[in-house]
Design a protein around this ligand. Structure first.
Ligand code: CTP
Length: 215
């Protein structure tokens, strides 16, 4: 069966002047590992990526983006024909309410940047999903990992939530190893890892492939 998979990866950057932004420490490694695993499974892969320092994975269509707004537009354009969405990007939850056209000059005083919420890309996509698509959301939790991830199943309209524990120094950001708690409907729960991000990605793609086969 030909499978088309849309993956988002990495952070987004939200600028308040041409040279300054807010972002997060996402390295993009998990999303890129998923892209490689999906490709190895024979899937056609569209990878929408925020700014990362990783080599382009072979055999995938890479769509570089910077801001959440750009990621939203790009995923919106690619979502229709996809069978699988792996929404792994660490989209910024807030962005500056305005962006100054020229660089702000410092004057020795403090300053305040007003932030506004970023619309949830995954929720917007799931609102127009087809039942045969498999949607996977990702969650970075510091506590009550499984309960918080389970709450996101309905809130985001997805089939699976892959939850990372980012508590403490062993958190997932930037690391090579990962442990993911995968939760789904009807109490489904499966732990992937601890293992390399490549192995966790392979296990996750295999789980999604098994679900596609049942549809
Ligand atoms: N996400 C998104 N658009 C946003 C923010 C997040 O599509 N503006 C997606 C992420 O890519 C991820 C999922 O939503 O797949 C979970 O994001 P997370 O920030 O962990 O959850 P929230 O729902 O924002 O909840 P909270 O921050 O309260 O844990």
């Amino acid at each position: 069966m030909a499978v088309r998979c849309l993956i988002t990866a990495g952070p987004t950057r939200e600028f308040f002047d041409p040279v300054r932004f807010i972002s997060n420490p996402s390295s993009g490694k998990m999303g890129y590992a998923l892209a490689a695993a999906a490709r190895s499974a024979g899937w056609t892969v569209d990878l929408v990526s925020g700014p990362v320092s990783l080599p382009e994975p072979a055999g995938v269509m890479l769509y570089p983006v910077v801001t959440a707004e750009e990621m939203s537009r790009q995923t919106d354009a690619l979502f229709g024909p996809c069978d699988v969405l792996l929404m792994c990007a660490a989209v910024s939850d807030w962005r500056p309410a305005s962006r100054q056209p020229s660089k702000l000059k410092k004057d020795g005083r403090g300053m305040t940047v007003e932030l506004e919420p970023v619309p949830d890309i995954l929720t917007a996509l799931s609102a127009r999903r087809r039942p045969d698509q498999v949607l996977v959301g990702f969650a970075a939790e510091t506590e009550d990992v499984e309960a918080n991830a389970r709450a996101k199943l309905d809130r985001k309209g997805v089939d699976l939530v892959a939850a990372n524990s980012v508590a403490g120094v062993e958190g997932a950001f930037g690391s090579e190893e990962n442990t993911v708690t995968l939760v789904g409907r009807e109490g489904f729960r499966r732990q992937l890892g601890p293992a390399s991000k490549a192995e966790v990605a392979r296990l996750l793609v295999a789980e999604v492939a098994a679900r596609l086969a049942k549809r």
